[in-house]
Design a protein around this ligand. Structure first.
Ligand code: T46
Length: 153
């Protein structure tokens, strides 16, 4: 499981400032423009993930940009850009992973008390989701053909 480097396209790590002092507790800070490479329009969180067997995500977005954090506990984030696949062990409360567009992502193997926090670039829109894996592969093939066509002109 590679953690030091993100290998898939449309992703990357985001490291937040983490403050620990003599008191109990950890303070992590996410600042507009400084930490997040897009304007945040929505924040959501996922709790009660006490089941190792549960599975979330299993989709890609067409345009939406997001950053996913595991602010408590741990889980495995599986990323797939259609060519490269990578599993990331999410367990640092201050380290987020960019979920750019056209990136199939699945969250699984949640620890007890796992809490996921996501910052998103846009409001919820079901038409932005690709929830079928074969459709995802066809979508990115079509996008790549469009890019090749544009660059050859
Ligand atoms: C993602 C991963 C990381 C809403 O009505 N509004 C919202 O803002 C969201 C996020 C979801 N929903 C509804 C849509 C579904 O009827 O909540 C239901 C469950 O959503 P979904 O199955 O997409 O949940 P996850 O946990 O599989 O995926 C979520 C986000 O939806 C998704 O964008 O990238 O977390």
């Amino acid at each position: 499981m590679s953690e030091s480097r993100i290998l898939v396209r449309h992703s990357g790590f985001v490291n937040l400032k983490r403050i620990v002092d003599a008191r109990d507790g950890v303070l992590c800070i996410m600042e507009k423009d400084r930490d997040i490479p897009f304007e945040i329009k929505r924040v959501y969180y996922i709790t009660n993930l006490d089941c190792m067997a549960s599975l979330r995500g299993k989709h890609a977005h067409k345009k939406l940009q997001q950053i996913i954090f595991c602010i408590s506990g741990s889980f495995i984030l599986s990323l797939d850009d259609g060519v490269t696949k990578q599993d990331i062990y999410m367990h640092h409360d201050n380290q987020g992973v960019i979920l750019g567009p056209e990136l199939w992502h699945t969250m699984h193997d949640f620890s007890n008390g796992c809490v996921i926090l996501v910052a998103a670039s846009d409001y919820y829109d079901e038409s932005d989701y690709i929830r079928d894996y074969d459709q995802f592969l066809a979508y990115i093939r079509q996008k790549q053909q469009e890019v090749r066509h544009d660059t050859s002109m």
